[in-house]
Design a protein around this ligand. Structure first.
Ligand code: ADP
Ligand code: MG
Length: 344
């Protein structure tokens, strides 16, 4: 061919399913020596399904269950309660076992009226979010035939969650560690997380209302991709995720990653990348979410997953995986190295 080597490298990358935004990107891809991978939507398929709906009854001074799941059909917390979340012990007693998720509340068993109400409120609040978790929650609600309410004052915070007003109630959906900072209901959440699930807490008018869990599948070939990147760079990739430590470890163990950094906000992902860069490393970040955009921008080279990728991630990245195969990433790194050897 008469094409200059770098242009032919771009063409070759295209054949492998990667769209590089410039020839310079191809050079950079060939020079990376450190890889940081996002979890949700990058190592996993990014189309999680809702697996568990766990309403959390609020304690009351009278000993009767109150709040959304008590006798008040409108679910408005009654005045006269202290507004505090139930203790872990309380949640355990009420769910009928020592581990907080007794046989009477097995995963997938959350389909009573309280579960439907919890799911309907959460889905109504999540409707405006493009996050994979939001899509799982809204999809499950619609599958159950629940009718969503419009959300007012909707706000999404990348890496944290959403908040909105639904049917006059303030609803927050997000990471339990941030929404339930006093550790309330940590037991039930932990059990779900140990199964590799992502758990979000639902807070209603400032009180813990329940937990929702979703599970995502590993991408086929994720372990092979990690192995290929390890061979190419001489060190195993790191995992950067906003998700919880236990779900992160669950995925990391299956793909051969030991350097796991979980619970990161978008700025903290970028800070990890800048630290490596400051130590002289050239970092390749692969991600898909709005929450990955700062890390993609901070990296020597940022690659976004095209199918699951948010608009912001696609705009910020230097290259986009358009064929939705993670294996394209090590393939283009190898290609770029070969092309680079041609021109230097
Ligand atoms: P990841 O790095 O795995 O792609 P994110 O940074 O997007 O994850 O999200 C981190 C955590 O923030 C999630 O596990 C969840 O607890 C919370 N979160 C983010 N967006 C939402 C949302 N739309 N609804 C509920 N929780 C969310
Ligand atoms: Mg992601």
């Amino acid at each position: 061919s008469t094409m200059p080597p770098l242009l032919s490298a771009i063409a070759n990358a295209g054949r492998h399913g990667v769209l590089a935004k410039s020839a310079v990107v191809m050079e950079r891809l060939g020079r990376v020596d450190t890889v940081a991978l996002d979890k949700t939507g990058t190592l996993t398929e990014g189309t999680p399904r809702l697996t568990d709906v766990v309403p959390l009854p609020a304690p009351s001074p009278t000993g009767k269950e109150e709040g959304v799941y008590g006798s008040d059909p409108d679910g408005r917390p009654k005045s006269g309660t202290d507004g505090r979340p139930g203790s872990g012990a309380d949640a355990r007693r009420r769910t009928g076992s020592g581990n907080g998720l007794g046989a009477d509340r097995r995963p997938e068993s959350g389909n009573g009226p309280a579960a439907d109400r919890l799911l309907r409120l959460a889905a109504s609040a999540e409707h405006g979010s493009e996050h994979p978790l939001a899509r799982a929650i809204v999809g499950a609600a619609l599958e159950r035939g629940l009718v969503l309410s419009p959300a007012d004052a909707f706000a999404a915070t990348p890496g944290r969650g959403v908040a909105a007003t639904v049917d006059g109630h303030r609803i927050e959906v997000g990471a339990p560690a941030r929404l339930l900072p006093d550790g309330a209901h940590a037991g039930p959440a932990r059990e779900l997380e140990e199964a590799g699930k992502t758990v979000v807490a639902v807070v209603l008018d400032g009180r813990p209302a329940g937990l929702l869990a979703v599970a995502d599948r590993l991408r086929p070939g994720a372990a092979g991709t990690v192995a290929a990147l390890t061979r190419l760079t001489g060190r195993a990739p790191a995992l950067l995720t906003g998700d919880n430590e236990r779900a992160a470890q669950h995925v990391a163990e299956r793909v051969g990653i030991t350097d796991v950094r979980a619970g990161l906000l978008p700025g903290e992902k970028a800070a990890a990348v800048r630290e490596w860069e400051a130590a002289g490393r050239r970092v390749l970040v692969v991600g898909d979410g709005v929450n990955d955009a700062p890390a993609l921008a901070a990296a020597h080279c940022g690659v976004a997953m095209g199918r699951t990728g948010s608009d912001l991630a696609l705009e910020t990245a230097d290259a986009v995986v358009v064929r939705d195969e993670l294996a394209a990433v090590p393939a283009v790194v190898a290609l770029s190295r070969a092309a680079h050897r041609l021109v230097v």
